[in-house]
Design a protein around this ligand. Structure first.
Ligand code: PHE
Length: 465
């Protein structure tokens, strides 16, 4: 079987699998999936919370080693088997480890998309407020807390956002969305540069730039590593089946190594820009108050409105900014939902419509739990976390390391490192092959093991990270 696979003939060739038009199409599609709320909303708040420069350093090291190896692995496995994760694992065996490996990869997007839509709803609400409400009122500290603790309003915006996602999936206008995102993404970059430039030139903001860029080892804790790894998975769309699926759509002549590098550079550049928009603003407006720095998920919704209120044309900038974030969130939410829908289609044999509606129900049920976790359901605390934080933690710190471990296992124990090398070499020389092999064989399993154990121990209160 190994022979057949590495020669590029899948055991169960798909009848008519769509392919990307070429390398450019593939890089844009992966970058489009990678750039989303993870970069603009999640990266800055984690960097602020877990030590600034030291978080960034750990993130970069992990991304260039671990992330790089995993992107190559998932893409190559997808291209080799021409299958999404469940099918890719099944191509090698049907026993429990293969079932588990495939399904854990496939279930993660289904658990992420509901809370992703909750945040998407918050973004939609802010866009609406910038269009109709008062810019100064939005900059008020209590504005955000009042909003998320008003259950009905959060629920309403969750429904608005997810209805749109399901509508697009049902209508199958993915083509359109992809075409529009090619225009919107560059606009987002230009706007982000503009807001970041404004933010870093505020009085007192330089301290924030230093906090983000200069590593301070006193701020290091194990949690920095755990959070940085979760963020790397999340932001690069690793360990959630998506790269298997995308890999299965690319032709044999696409240079996997080079496109991986390009996606990593693009994704990190956007995250850094978002960090530069938000963190210096925290210092400018609150003098780097540790409580503000540790604000967590709400950071973007509390700090940026202050920046916008203090600048001329704040309303316009607010509208354009939240419109673009909304767009980045929508394209990512659509691709997350699409992954779930296609898993259901492949594995349950249901019609596309039925699968989409089923995903819609999952989003509304699990999403409502996360949405209402700050109001009516705020008495529920799972392992000390709100429901939204719990889903984020469960997927990023527990399930994704397990999914990554399954991929390492599949490659080192079953498919063989040579099979991956052969697949990559179909299109180009595999320049970092030695590092890749070393990483997959030794470092990755050890790192993942340590991270998994420490995040579980932390939650159970055995250790404080
Ligand atoms: N990477 C996306 C982000 O940063 C999230 C995502 C993951 C989107 C997987 C699609 C698929 O927001």
């Amino acid at each position: 079987m190994k022979e057949t696979l590495s020669a590029g003939h899948p055991p169960h060739p798909a009848k008519s699998r769509s392919t990307f038009s070429g390398k450019m199409g593939y890089v844009l599609a992966v970058a489009g999936s990678a750039v989303g709320l993870g970069n603009i909303w999640r990266f800055p708040y984690l960097a602020a919370k877990y030590g600034g420069g030291i978080f960034l350093l750990v993130y970069l090291i992990l991304m260039l080693t671990f992330g790089y190896a995993l992107i190559i692995s998932e893409t190559a496995l997808g291209r080799m088997t021409k299958k999404s994760p469940v099918g890719a694992f099944h191509a090698f065996g049907k026993s429990f480890p293969f079932q588990f490996g495939g399904w854990v990869n496939a279930v993660i997007p289904m658990l992420i998309v509901p809370y992703y839509c909750v945040i998407g709803g918050w973004v939609t609400k802010y866009l609406f407020e910038y269009m109709t409400g008062s810019v100064t009122a939005l900059a008020d500290d209590s504005c955000f807390t009042d909003f998320i603790s008003s259950g009905a309003s959060v629920e309403f915006w969750l429904i608005v956002f997810s209805a749109f996602v399901i509508f697009v999936i049902l209508a199958g206008v993915k083509q359109g969305v992809e075409r529009v995102s090619k225009i919107m993404m560059p606009v987002l970059v230009v706007l982000a540069v503009f807001v970041a430039a404004y933010s870093v030139t505020r009085p007192g903001a330089m301290e924030g730039v230093k906090y983000l860029l200069i590593p301070n080892f006193n701020n290091f804790s194990w949690m920095t590593v755990v959070a940085a790894m979760g963020q790397m998975f999340y932001s690069l769309s690793i360990a959630m089946g998506i790269l298997y699926t995308y890999g299965s759509y690319i032709k044999k002549d696409v240079d996997i190594e080079q496109s991986t590098t390009q996606v990593e550079i693009f994704d990190t550049a956007i995250a850094m820009l978002a960090g530069l928009m938000i963190i210096p603003a925290v210092f400018a407006f609150s003098g780097g108050d540790p409580n503000t720095l540790k604000a967590g998920p709400s950071l973007m919704f509390i700090t940026l409105p202050k920046v916008f209120a203090s600048m001329g044309m704040g309303r316009i900038v607010g509208i354009v900014f939240f419109l673009l974030v909304l767009f980045a969130a929508l394209t990512s939410a659509i691709s997350l939902t699409e992954t779930g829908v296609s898993t259901f289609e492949d594995q349950l044999g249901w019609s596309r419509k039925k699968c989409s509606l089923f995903m819609g129900i999952i989003i509304i049920v699990l999403g409502s739990a996360s949405a209402l976790g700050f109001s009516v359901l705020d008495f529920i605390s799972i392992l000390g976390m709100s429901i939204l934080d719990f889903f984020d933690f469960l997927t990023n710190s527990i399930m994704m390391p397990l999914a990554a471990l399954a991929t390492c296992f599949l490659i080192t124990r079953v498919a063989g490192l040579d099979a991956i090398a052969k697949e990559v070499e179909l299109s180009s020389a595999f320049k970092r092959k030695k590092i890749y092999n070393f990483f997959m064989k030794y470092l990755a399993p050890v790192c993942i093991g340590i991270i998994l154990i420490s995040s579980i121990a932390n939650v159970l209160g055995w250790i404080t990270l």
